[in-house]
Design a protein around this ligand. Structure first.
Ligand SMILES: Cc1ncc(COP(=O)(O)O)c(C=O)c1O
Length: 367
């Protein structure tokens, strides 16, 4: 089976971990040991921002960022429903209400027009997602946030290597949240990062990461234990150096796949522009005018042929029992339609040119 995603690592990561195990320290009680600091410096440079705060998951990154822009009980945060559950979970964990809002059908990211309509007196922040690795439309979202005095937290969990308006994804928000989970464009097993240009947010994030502490046993605000261990940071330092080549290979695979799949009129292929480049975390196509059953049948057949195609995300978050019961049902037509028609194909760096040809031609033969 050609898996949808797979970590790319070799002896270099193994050696880096061994070195930390032999020399220590393996973690640091106040947040950042030497490897974490080295990793944070590299990540901030890559993301083109002042600060990077490493944490232990992308979910922790989101929760910490939502807290750092002062979202609290009874606030509302505008989020897409067409994303991984962690986006809305972070808002709920902060005691606030996720307000599920529809997407743009071409890019699958939060629709600025829909965001405008979702704003109420209780809105505190907007939380767009760079879905599949394509940046949300940050300029209009920035304008809306500025006009209404809202925080802008970006879920960049899938966006390593993406650009928006010619700049690295993530630099148009108050805080961008990245995941380093095993499937991501770069990984540390589990891990996360928050990037920001804001000194105050940076300071808050560092406190939230370690129980709200600046000094030990003297919590100044609510926090948690979101620290990244040194062992993971050691992997991160090695992966960071490889990230440009990982993204380049994904891009090459995606371009080859697009060339093959564009022969069909039954598909809508992923959107990209010169100044807004995809990270190609997921190559996601759409089966035009298809029913959910037709899309699922295609997935099933592809899997039977050894292609690990998947559909992200089949259940919009607002339809999941917990979110539906606590925050109410809501019609999101573009989200519902996309959830039934999209499917993703493997383009990770481990997929060869031959395999891309096989994937593309198999899809064409099944349409
Ligand atoms: C869009 C999105 N947000 C948040 C997360 C959460 O990241 P993590 O799994 O590292 O907690 C993920 C990844 O799993 C994701 O894809």
């Amino acid at each position: 089976m050609i898996p949808i995603n797979k970590p790319s690592m070799d002896e270099a990561e193994a050696q880096a971990v061994l070195e930390v195990m032999r020399k220590g320290p393996v973690t640091n009680a106040l947040g950042a040991g030497p490897k974490v600091l080295e990793f944070e410096k590299m990540f901030a440079e890559f993301a083109g921002v002042k600060h990077a705060v490493a944490v232990n998951t992308g979910t922790a990154a989101l929760h910490a960022a939502v807290m750092a822009v002062s979202v609290g009980r009874d606030d509302e945060v505008i989020v897409p429903s067409f994303t991984f559950v962690a986006t809305a979970e972070a808002v709920a964990l902060a005691g606030a209400k996720p307000v599920f809002t529809d997407i743009d059908p071409e890019t699958y990211t939060l629709s600025p027009a829909a965001v405008k309509k979702a704003i109420t007196k209780k809105t505190k922040a907007i939380l767009p997602v760079d879905l599949y690795g394509f940046s949300a439309d940050m300029k209009p979202l920035r304008e809306i946030a500025a006009k209404h005095g809202l925080g802008l937290v970006e879920d960049a969990a899938q966006a390593h290597g993406a650009t928006y308006a010619g700049k690295p994804a993530g630099c148009f928000s108050d805080a961008a949240c990245w995941s380093l989970y095993a499937s991501k464009n770069m990984m540390t097993g589990e891990g996360g990062v928050v990037t920001t240009n804001d000194d105050q947010i940076n300071e808050k994030l560092r406190m939230i990461r370690t129980h709200g502490e600046k000094a030990k046993y003297a919590s100044e605000m609510l926090g948690s234990n979101y620290r990244m261990p040194e062992l993971e940071a050691a992997i991160g330092v090695v992966q960071m150096k490889k990230l440009p080549s990982f993204v380049a290979k994904r891009r090459q695979n995606a371009q080859q796949l697009t060339k093959i799949l564009s022969k069909s009129k039954k598909l809508i292929l992923p959107y990209e522009s010169k100044s807004c480049q995809h990270s190609w975390y997921l190559y996601t196509a759409r089966l035009k005018d298809a029913t959910e059953a037709q899309r699922n049948k295609l997935l099933e057949t592809l899997k039977a042929k050894g292609i690990g195609a998947e559909a992200y995300y089949v259940n919009p978050i607002n339809t999941m029992p917990f979110y539906r019961d606590n925050y109410g049902a809501k019609a999101l037509p573009e989200t519902e339609k996309a959830a039934k028609q999209v499917f993703s194909l493997p383009v990770h760096p481990g997929v060869t040119e031959e395999e891309i040809k096989f994937i593309g031609e198999t899809v064409l033969s099944l349409l």
